[in-house]
Design a binder for this molecule. Sequence first.
Ligand SMILES: O=P(O)(O)OC[C@H]1O[C@H](O[C@H]2O[C@H](CO)[C@@H](O)[C@H](O)[C@H]2O)[C@H](O)[C@@H](O)[C@@H]1O
Length: 274
Amino acid sequence: MRPSNAGNLSLTRPLTAEQAWRVTSERAARCLLFFDFDGTLAPVMDDPTAVQPAPHVLTAIDALAGVVQRIAIVSARPVEFLREQFSSVPHVDLYGLYGLEHSHDAGPTVTEPMALPWVRPMAELADRARAELPPGTLVEYKRLSVALHYRTAPETSAVIEAWGAAQAERLGLRVQAGRMVVELKPPVDRDKGMVIGEAVKSAGCAWYFGDDVSDIKAFTALRAREQADPEFFGVCVAVANPETGQEVSSAADITIESPEALGDFLTSAVRALT
Ligand SMILES: O=P(O)(O)OC[C@H]1O[C@H](O[C@H]2O[C@H](CO)[C@@H](O)[C@H](O)[C@H]2O)[C@H](O)[C@@H](O)[C@@H]1O
């Protein structure tokens, strides 16, 4: 088991949630909580526009925001989408499109300048996808990326993946696989791991909650911070699912059954920290 330096506590992995919250409570004022959105805070649905945070999630995040140093959402969704979802908790930081956009304290959305030339090519790509991909493909245009969903037509996955790879080659884009989705992104160095690596530089503790393969980079960033500073306490939490759950869970310290169970878990955390 990997030993973990947690200040005056000597912990080994695997950690229990109780142990992890106890250590966190001792350094809450220097602790950051990061959450992925889809599949983590919000249950997965066929229609990406219909999703909402699971019960108790917003109430718990609001309460936790008063206890820890900062809370941030780190998502592949655009910041404007996240802003609507989290309008009742305006003090959370929002990182959208894998960090190509961000907003702090309900402030304006800031876009990574290197990504801006890609707005038009992405709009054209979304139009092309709608014209060329099989019926049943859901094309989600996100200003700086295009997600090609096959959740409701899984038999089209091979065609969609091949089409996405060909477009990435043609335009010099990056491909991000996800849960029943292929996403095409600009060739700009920004991912969830980079967001977390920068955000935790001066933190004493951080938790990251995620469900998808793109979240593993965030876990890796927490592990790297812990390696560099034995005083830092990092906790990686997976949210289970039948698609990427195994891979994400095997990289995590703790696995939670579902977004709904995460709502309850966070509610317990409020009690543990206050
Ligand atoms: O980084 P995230 O916040 O986890 O965003 C990842 C993708 O989430 C959304 O797609 C996923 O959720 C949809 C709604 O439940 C579901 O229909 C789809 O199958 C999932 O892949 C979002 O629509 C994508 O843009 C994000 O890349």
